[in-house]
Design a protein around this ligand. Structure first.
Ligand SMILES: *Cc1c(COP(=O)(O)O)cnc(C)c1O
Length: 341
């Protein structure tokens, strides 16, 4: 695509040529279909519209240094979509179907995979929705699984620069025994008000305190939180955060690079002791944290020094993105090659 300025892409939607879709009807999945329409037609009583039967995923593929196209840990996304489906009683997408859909949609939109060296990638957005009509509250009998793709630039426009965040206690994104651990749209709806307020008040994201005790760090908006101190990578252990595949990868890399990995409750005051902190997810990989304001007390914890990301954040970021772009040995076998030519 000569007309795309790959270096200037934002994290937003751009129309591509095709998407792929598969319908679940009469108790089974049909054939994967290819569509060039951006629209979905469904019954106005579909359960996704009324009762929140909706889950999604996000993963990326990358044009590597060697020209090959790599998709990152798709099987993890497939398993997570299955756990989301189970949590809100939707039909599960089998791994083989998830894989076939990823490969097909990437191959069909090969022209939209950003060239190596631009910092951009192709984002895949799998979506699973209840399409069956129900008025009484119950799970649908019919589902649609689809994937669309869009080329994306880096999530944070400022690049790999530490950003200010804000701790909130007056909103919860998920209940302790609710759906915080699965990737369903309802969690996002519940987090919008806190997130938008944080943006208006000058912060990149809101960090939620745990809903039950309000003493511990929970989810960092649409990302997981981690802190680094004394040779340790520390990330919250909570039943209401989404098990981030980026966080899982960073934990494995951190251990490989000699850090001790801890998953445990992180009291909010412990922020004062962190040498580095970050939020992690597929979109941004790592967003280093500059400072964290406790909105209730007004106290500001300054973490980054001179507005620069800390050395561990830089090392972890370079190693992970190096694996994704085929620059660094993929010793964990995280990438699969998609043949697009
Ligand atoms: C998707 C998501 C993440 C990040 O998960 P990755 O697998 O790393 O992309 C973190 N938190 C929430 C709430 C999410 O929805």
């Amino acid at each position: 695509m000569e007309n795309i300025d790959w270096g200037k892409l934002s994290f937003g939607y751009m129309k591509t040529n095709y998407n792929v879709r598969c319908y679940y009807r009469n108790g089974k999945w049909g054939q994967l279909e290819v569509s060039s329409s951006e629209d979905i037609t469904m019954h106005m009583a579909a359960t996704c519209l009324h009762y929140g039967q909706e889950a999604f995923e996000g993963l990326k593929c990358y044009r590597g240094k060697d020209g090959k196209v790599r998709i990152f840990r798709w099987i993890e996304n497939s398993h997570r979509l299955q756990s989301s489906a189970e949590a809100i009683m939707m039909a599960k997408v089998p791994d083989e179907l998830f894989k076939e859909a990823c490969w097909k949609v990437v191959q069909l939109n090969a022209d939209f995979i950003p060239p190596y060296g631009t910092g951009a990638s192709l984002y895949l957005r799998p979506l699973l929705i209840g399409t069956g009509a129900k008025v009484g509250v119950s799970p649908a009998d019919e589902y649609l699984f689809m994937i669309f793709v869009t080329p994306v630039g880096p999530y944070f426009k400022a690049g790999f620069k530490p950003v200010p965040m804000q701790i909130v206690r007056d909103f919860d994104r998920a209940a302790p025994m609710g759906t915080g651990h699965v990737k369903v749209g309802g969690n996002y709806a519940a987090s919008l008000r806190a997130g938008e307020r944080a943006h208006h008040e000058g912060f990149a994201a809101s960090i939620f305190a745990d809903a039950k005790t309000k003493q511990y760090i929970d989810e960092a908006g649409p990302a997981n939180f981690f802190g680094i101190k004394d040779g340790k990578y520390i990330t919250p252990d909570s039943g209401s955060i989404l098990p981030s595949i980026t966080n899982k990868s960073l934990r494995e890399l951190a251990a490989d690079m000699g850090l001790t990995v801890e998953r445990r409750h992180i009291p909010i005051e412990e922020i004062a002791t962190f040498e580095e902190a970050g939020a992690c997810g597929t979109a941004a990989v790592i967003s280093p944290v500059d400072s964290i304001q406790d909105r209730e007390s007004g106290h500001v914890y300054q973490i980054a020094k001179n507005g620069e990301p800390g050395p561990w954040c830089v090392k972890l970021y370079n190693r992970l993105t190096g694996i994704q772009y085929g620059e660094v040995e993929d010793k964990f076998g995280w990438c699969d090659i998609i043949d697009v030519d």
